[in-house]
Design a protein around this ligand. Structure first.
Ligand code: 8DG
Ligand code: MN
Ligand code: MN
Length: 373
């Protein structure tokens, strides 16, 4: 092999949606460090900084091998001064003092712990910290008012912070599919989110529901939820109605990932398989807990919007954000989980598959397993 200088310089396209990012990451030490700083920024609601670190992290995830020296990164996009400084420290000293200090900081630890409660966001966590609440014991004793989601989140804190396995996701998929088909024969259930990208574990399980005949999906979700509830599968659920109207809702906020589909954020009660129940037994009792709580998201889309919903809910979050940025900045289009709007032609662009959406956007098709930016 030649040791030619130019061969040692990486080259990566600007937008994460132009890159193939698999789960194989050759730079985990660097990406984990940048991820801590991104997370810290997000927890402090410094969105710009958060995005900058996430973009830098994603560029390193896309490299075909481990970075050896800083000069190899010359010319790579999205690596700002700050990210480069972190990378340099780690390459030279093995650690970044800023990252280590962040990990040790009481505020970061408290923000992470408190937002680890389902239903608690950065704002609430910050308010609690101002009240002197840094951990769950202090939360229990000082008793600020908790909404229903937060109460359920606190009650199932430990379970919900255990990664969900693919086997558990598939098991939940079978339960949900049976109930969905019972309510609406011919309906289709698709596993989305991280599991569709091939991740072995996740923080929740995400499903998209549709029906091949437009309109048949209307009213489906409340029926599915009440059937799941009556069968004892739901520990908590909050269903939100569909509020999407094409006429009024030209997608104007390409950076926002909120959409208007009918959806349900839930906590599932999943019976454990014998072996895992024994391993995870709560210890104090002779009888191990026979079930665990799992976060499950259900989203319903009409078939006409299915490809957009599928693309929008498969992630990763950064990949989605970059798709919308590409659409807006490079193509004068506006992409949401409902539609793609062409500002120059003043019209919506139809698509029946993810492939067609990438084609409309002038992007090479990237399959789900390569959207792990
Ligand atoms: P994980 O659960 O394994 O941790 O990872 P994930 O599956 O990638 O993350 P997620 O938080 O479950 O989100 C799955 C996808 O859904 C991700 O691309 C972001 C997207 N998503 C939300 N909320 C919303 C929303 O309100 N609208 C749209 N369009 N997408 C959303 O999480
Ligand atoms: Mn998920
Ligand atoms: Mn989710």
């Amino acid at each position: 092999q030649q040791d030619n200088e130019s061969e040692d310089v990486f080259s990566v396209p600007n937008y994460a949606c132009q890159r193939r990012t698999t789960l194989q990451n050759h730079n985990t030490v660097l990406t984990e460090a940048l991820s801590i700083l991104a997370e810290n920024a997000e927890l402090n609601e410094e969105d710009g900084r958060g995005i900058a670190f996430r973009r830098a992290e994603a560029v390193l995830k896309a490299l075909p091998r481990a970075v050896r020296k800083l000069t190899e990164l010359k010319g790579l996009p999205c690596l700002g001064e700050h990210s480069l400084r972190i990378i340099k420290d780690i390459l030279e000293k093995g650690v970044s003092s800023e990252v280590e200090a962040t990990k040790q900081s009481e505020r970061y630890k408290a923000l992470k712990l408190l937002t680890g409660i389902f239903g608690v966001g950065a704002k609430t966590a910050d308010r609690w910290i101002t009240m002197g609440i840094y951990n769950l014991q202090q939360l229990q004793s000082s008793g600020p008012t908790l909404n229903q989601a937060q109460q359920a989140g606190l009650e199932h804190y430990e379970d919900l912070n255990q990664p969900v396995t693919r086997a558990e996701a598939d098991h939940i998929g079978e339960i949900v599919r049976r109930v969905v088909l019972c309510v609406l024969p011919g309906a289709q259930l698709t596993l989305i989110g991280g599991f569709r990208r091939g991740k072995p574990t996740g923080h929740d399980v995400d499903f998209l529901i549709t029906h091949p005949e437009e309109g048949r999906e209307v009213g489906l979700l409340p029926k599915v939820v009440s059937l799941l509830k009556s069968q004892g599968f739901l520990l908590y659920q909050k269903t939100t109605k569909n509020s999407y109207l094409e006429s009024e809702d030209r997608p104007t906020q390409p950076s926002s990932n909120m959409d208007r589909f009918e959806r349900c954020f839930s906590i599932f009660r999943l019976k454990s398989h014998q072996e895992s129940a024994e391993v995870r037994g709560n210890g104090s009792e002779s009888r191990p807990k026979s079930w665990r709580a799992v976060r499950v998201d259900l989203v319903v889309s009409p078939i006409s919007q299915f490809a957009f919903a599928l693309l929008g809910w498969t992630g990763s979050k950064l990949f989605e954000r970059e798709l919308r940025r590409w659409a807006g900045h490079e193509k004068a289009m506006s992409l949401s989980s409902h539609a793609l709007y062409d500002t120059k032609q003043n019209s919506y662009l139809r698509a029946a598959s993810e492939e067609e959406i990438f084609a409309h956007l002038d992007l090479e098709y990237i399959p789900p397993s390569e959207r792990n930016a």
